[in-house]
Write a protein that binds this ligand. Structure first.
Ligand SMILES: C[S@@+](CC[C@H](N)C(=O)[O-])C[C@H]1O[C@@H](n2cnc3c(N)ncnc32)[C@H](O)[C@@H]1O
Length: 273
């Protein structure tokens, strides 16, 4: 399963160079970039940078915080927190090509000394007990069947009192998900929990649940704006197509229906270890 998930996301080992070329074609110089220049490429989740900043606000971060980002993708959420709070962020991701690209892109924007990326599995984290002051995971668990292990691992590597912020795509009440979607081309690597199941998974892993926030309506507007722009200009406001391939327009259209018909919901959970 882990191999199929990694190959769903990317078999492109030169991803950083592909992204650099794309940026050059839009007039940007990869040697003179800011994190804002990367925004269309790298916040690989619904509602983009805004959603990352919402989680960051709840994580009690400062310049001394050691933070873990589980399923760090191209590294944008890690860079956003490092830049906003001055903290250090370790990202861990199953997909080696994403870890390599995340490392290169962090160097482009001068954050290479505060973020680092390691290939690894969320259900078996390559870190000692109680290593981190806070942890987050954004749009990752929908590819993970063993969510009980994932959340127990998050709890294990957090120091007591550390905040764990989760923002995920959940199974809604409106019926089965329509595929392809950005996390899966078919149901074989898709494992969505329901909102109720999420609460019991997090509390069974030993977390105290502080806050739950459903952002489904805002997610619907996000996809409506994205597909409207794609219809008008035949380009997407995000460049996920670079690694998701030519299926991406169909994925985006399905997501409009999935979220409008409440086949999916987006929900955040703020917990404490
Ligand atoms: C939709 S992307 C989100 C990336 C990032 N969190 C963001 O919001 O920009 C999902 C990520 O989860 C990673 N992933 C999936 N299963 C994983 C696992 N078992 N362990 C670690 N990472 C995993 C994928 O490789 C991919 O980078």
């Amino acid at each position: 399963m882990a191999t199929s998930v990694a190959s769903h996301y990317s078999e492109n080992l030169g991803l950083a160079e592909t992204i650099a070329e794309k940026l050059r074609s839009t007039g940007k110089d990869p040697n003179k970039l800011t994190t804002a220049d990367l925004v269309a490429v790298d916040e690989f989740h619904i509602r983009g940078r805004k959603a990352t900043l919402e989680l960051g606000e709840k994580m009690k971060l400062n310049a001394h915080s050691q933070v873990l980002d589980i399923g760090s993708g191209l590294g944008s959420p890690a860079r956003t927190l490092a830049e906003t709070y001055g903290c250090r962020v370790n990202g861990v991701d199953l997909t080696q090509a994403f870890c390599d690209a995340a490392t290169a892109m962090s160097d482009w924007v001068g954050l290479g000394n505060r973020v680092s990326f390691t290939q690894g599995d969320a259900t078996n984290l390559p870190f000692e007990n109680q290593t981190f002051d806070a942890a987050m995971t954004i749009h990752v668990a929908m590819n993970i069947a063993a969510k009980d292990k994932m959340y127990m691992e998050a709890r294990r590597v957090l120091r007591p009192g550390g905040v764990f912020a989760v923002y995920d795509v959940l199974q809604g009440e409106g019926g089965e998900v329509l595929y392809p979607v950005p996390w899966a081309r078919d149901p074989s690597i898709s494992y969505l929990a329901t909102p109720d199941k999420m609460k019991s998974l997090l509390t069974s892993a030993g977390f105290k649940l502080l806050e739950v926030q459903d952002s489904t309506e805002e997610s619907q507007s996000f996809f409506e704006r994205m597909t409207a722009q794609m219809a008008k200009t035949s380009t997407s406001p995000v460049i996920w197509q670079l690694f998701l391939g030519d299926d991406f327009p169909a994925m985006a259209r399905n997501q409009v229906r999935n979220v409008t018909e409440r086949r999916i919901r987006t929900v955040s959970y703020i917990c404490v270890a």
